[in-house]
Design a protein around this ligand. Sequence first.
Ligand SMILES: *[C@@H]1O[C@H](CO)[C@@H](O)[C@H](O)[C@H]1NC(C)=O
Ligand SMILES: *[C@@H]1O[C@H](CO)[C@@H](O)[C@H](O)[C@H]1NC(C)=O
Ligand SMILES: *[C@@H]1O[C@H](CO)[C@@H](O)[C@H](O)[C@H]1NC(C)=O
Ligand SMILES: *[C@@H]1O[C@H](CO)[C@@H](O)[C@H](O)[C@H]1NC(C)=O
Ligand SMILES: *[C@@H]1O[C@H](CO)[C@@H](O)[C@H](O)[C@H]1NC(C)=O
Ligand SMILES: *[C@@H]1O[C@H](CO)[C@@H](O)[C@H](O)[C@H]1NC(C)=O
Ligand SMILES: *[C@@H]1O[C@H](CO)[C@@H](O)[C@H](O)[C@H]1NC(C)=O
Ligand SMILES: *[C@@H]1O[C@H](CO)[C@@H](O)[C@H](O)[C@H]1NC(C)=O
Ligand SMILES: *[C@@H]1O[C@H](CO)[C@@H](O)[C@H](O)[C@H]1NC(C)=O
Ligand SMILES: *[C@@H]1O[C@H](CO)[C@@H](O)[C@H](O)[C@H]1NC(C)=O
Ligand SMILES: *[C@@H]1O[C@H](CO)[C@@H](O)[C@H](O)[C@H]1NC(C)=O
Length: 839
Amino acid sequence: MRPANLFCFDVTVAVVAVVLATATPSVSGQRPDYPTANLSTRWVNNAAVLPHSVTYSDGSAVCTIVLRSPQTLYGPSLAAGFFCAPPCQAFLFAVFIATFDSSYGISLEENNMARVIWSANRASPLGENATLELTGDGDLVLREVDGRLVWSSNTSGQSVVGMQITEHGNLVLFDQRNATVWQSFDHPTDVLVLGQSLLQGMRLSANTSTTNWTVSKLYLAVLPDGLYGYIESTPPQLYYKHGVSTEQKGKDLTKITLTNGSLSFFVQSTQAGKPDDSIVLPEAKSTQYIRLDSDGHLRLYEWSRFEWTMVHDVIDMDNCAFPTVCGEYAICSGGQCICPLQTNSSSNYFQPVDERKANLGCTPVTPISCQEMKNHQFLTLTDVSYFDGSIITNAKGRDDCKQACLKNCSCRAVVFRYYQNDSDGECQSVTEVFSLQSIQPEILNYNSSVYLKVQLPPSASAPTQKRIKAILGATLAAISSLVLVIIVGIYVRRRRKYQELDEELDFDILPGMPMRFSFEKLRECTEGFSKKLGEGGFGSVFEGKIGEKRVAVKRLEGARQGKKEFLAEVETIGSIEHINLVKVIGFCAEKSNRLLVYEYMPRGSLDRWIYYRHNNAPLDWCTRCRIIMDIAKGLCYLHEECRRKIAHLDIKPQNILLDEKFNAKLADFGLSKLIDRDQSRVVTVMRGTPGYLAPEWLTSQITEKVDVYSFGVVFVEIICGRKNIDIAQPKESVQLINLLREKAQDNQLRDIIDKHSEDMVSHHQEEVIEMMKLAMWCLQNDSSRRPSMSMVVKVLEGAMSVENCLDYSFSNANSVLSTQDNGSTYSTPPSASILSGPR
Ligand SMILES: *[C@@H]1O[C@H](CO)[C@@H](O)[C@H](O)[C@H]1NC(C)=O
Ligand SMILES: *[C@@H]1O[C@H](CO)[C@@H](O)[C@H](O)[C@H]1NC(C)=O
Ligand SMILES: *[C@@H]1O[C@H](CO)[C@@H](O)[C@H](O)[C@H]1NC(C)=O
Ligand SMILES: *[C@@H]1O[C@H](CO)[C@@H](O)[C@H](O)[C@H]1NC(C)=O
Ligand SMILES: *[C@@H]1O[C@H](CO)[C@@H](O)[C@H](O)[C@H]1NC(C)=O
Ligand SMILES: *[C@@H]1O[C@H](CO)[C@@H](O)[C@H](O)[C@H]1NC(C)=O
Ligand SMILES: *[C@@H]1O[C@H](CO)[C@@H](O)[C@H](O)[C@H]1NC(C)=O
Ligand SMILES: *[C@@H]1O[C@H](CO)[C@@H](O)[C@H](O)[C@H]1NC(C)=O
Ligand SMILES: *[C@@H]1O[C@H](CO)[C@@H](O)[C@H](O)[C@H]1NC(C)=O
Ligand SMILES: *[C@@H]1O[C@H](CO)[C@@H](O)[C@H](O)[C@H]1NC(C)=O
Ligand SMILES: *[C@@H]1O[C@H](CO)[C@@H](O)[C@H](O)[C@H]1NC(C)=O
């Protein structure tokens, strides 16, 4: 009997491991592999310190209990264990696909994270020190720290002998004969992985949002004649259906399996192997899974090199046809969400849940009350339809349909569809109103009107009722397009109001503002976003032409969250101009589109030239010196010369761009925080990129000196012609900064000069080593000992010399991150990469 398993628990072991990891980083490929666990084992969720925990740069963290290493060197691993998303206070016991590098405790690639493919306790997340126990009699039990039972596999006494994670990601409890007693594949959550089946009676249920993992109302179910997507309500409302003809065989659909290249539908009578129907999917180049996302889409994700990408949307319908796209009661019209409006807009029946987030839906100003049914009325919406066309009542005609609804309090709306081929039309009653959809009857073969039940306010009810009746009568008599015109009119007015609001809030103080472009104009000048220059985490950069001038247009994706940051960036960069800073020519903030127009930098970013990924010729020494000087001057301007002191906070080669003549300019002020001259501490969450982070990110005040440190790292990278953290290097030299420290102590600095450059190795060695000293000055652990950027410029100009007694014990924030608490102190906001500059 073992009292406790140590993977997630023993503090002493973990600290030693961290120290070792810092000293001798190991290379990927030597990952631990422990796919099974034995009975009578208990794991404590204590993510503070442990060899098998990883904190990702997005702030999420995992602590593994069983793990199966990938078949390929850079593939992701499959593991079961504790998982948390930032701010890492609530944990799931989950199966996840994740990348590991046990030596660092932090994933090296920016966009990596663990993707949860199954979890036991979505509805009731755990706290720290909660336990998972595989008991002596074979039950897998999850308990809170106070002993409260959270979840159990209910397998005690079923002769379980161990737990295993399979190569597909199935968590299995098996018995002596190696037969499966319990498996996670029988209890899917929102994901199917390759090889996994959804059987009749099972559901995939979306979670509420990235941060709220509670099961939402959206689910997919396998019924005898097809795959159905519903939103829960009484009765459930249908939003998606993929029917399978089962008549010929007279048998039911039994399961749907995600296979390489398709989603396969199997009917009872057939042998496994040949599906009866399928939805074709892109072939799997590597690990894939499909997930029912919180917006109701069923998306296929694939691991490609170092990140997950969405490769296919299985439910490929108009976005407005999804039940939650605009929230309850709101009308989705061309991607915008608007609340239903009365023709007399000063007496609205609906108001937005949140003025600033139209997609959260609308609520009735006066809630429907079943006690006062006589005050119920209808608000007419012409040319509006509803996603669920399946619940047809037997009412004949429009008036019948509405009368029936007024008599039944649980009816909240009626939808009336009028087909050209049918004189009666179809009537549908709805008990819970989700998103509505505006339609254009000219291009469909039907008309549709929605009548929303509203409650007249009690006091004003009697007189208002009459007036509303009159208005309703008028509306009904009027041509349908009139109402549409009014709705559109009001919507346009509102939108204009919002735009004006934007300008008032964000732009009135700016003198030299960049130009505002319309989306149409930018689409035109980039030829429909056809020539892609590069891609950052959240947006792509496209080449374009405005007049005769070449420009780089960055189109931000997922911009809804990024608006504040976007405007902050436009504001910041609009007011500063310097030869060593990439110029922002214009921007576009239209609907949900956010774009930035930058001057075009023909030679791309610095990393292309110093990492030799494209077999380019090495830069000569003189060019490198100029680039270093340019970066220094750009930073010096930001820190000391411009109107407001600006810390960049994400200096790295990807953010340094080169023009035709290799003049360097800094890009990406998305992470900038304005720092008051007299109050330097402003940053409370960690920002930036692993590998370039100054050590004080972990401990103390953040000042512009973190840029000096990052500049130092870039400086060394330019001289040595490689990435600071490069896992392709031999084990002992993965971290360039560590190597620099050793070589400096041994006085062997020349060993690390870029070997590609004959010029530097043979002709300028002395000079290069002198420059390394300046770089090391910038890398001082103690931020107060680092030079200011103006001093750096002076040294580069020869007007000053490097301080003599340098401290060689440089360290990098990421090598000690794993000793930190469970991530709550350094969540990198996702906005970090939304606004990275052109790459
Ligand atoms: C489980 O038990 C087997 C045999 O008793 C042993 O070889 C193995 O190391 C144990 N596994 C773990 C993870 O403790
Ligand atoms: C979890 O356990 C550790 C060590 O036993 C303790 O230091 C910490 O305070 C505990 N955390 C909570 C939330 O109980
Ligand atoms: C285990 O049993 C409990 C109580 O009967 C039940 O609530 C729970 O859903 C069961 N767990 C599983 C995984 O079936
Ligand atoms: C048990 O089954 C797994 C896969 O299902 C297999 O990898 C393993 O070798 C089997 N073990 C024994 C003892 O048969
Ligand atoms: C999570 O979502 C559920 C329903 O979707 C809601 O009831 C609950 O309040 C949400 N929790 C948080 C913390 O927002
Ligand atoms: C999927 O099928 C394609 C073509 O048959 C093959 O090239 C690919 O390796 C397969 N992918 C996986 C993950 O097995
Ligand atoms: C919940 O769903 C969202 C989007 O559908 C996803 O980003 C997130 O990772 C999911 N959370 C978990 C714990 O699976
Ligand atoms: C709109 O309704 C309000 C009272 O609800 C009324 O005072 C106003 O005159 C109406 N406006 C129009 C244009 O009908
Ligand atoms: C009211 O409507 C609901 C839902 O459409 C239905 O289930 C119920 O039977 C109706 N009640 C009456 C009295 O008709
Ligand atoms: C009219 O056409 C629709 C779809 O085109 C069809 O579903 C419906 O059954 C038809 N109705 C009649 C009465 O033919
Ligand atoms: C829409 O309805 C109007 C009258 O309600 C009718 O005149 C018109 O033909 C209908 N259009 C279609 C496409 O059914």
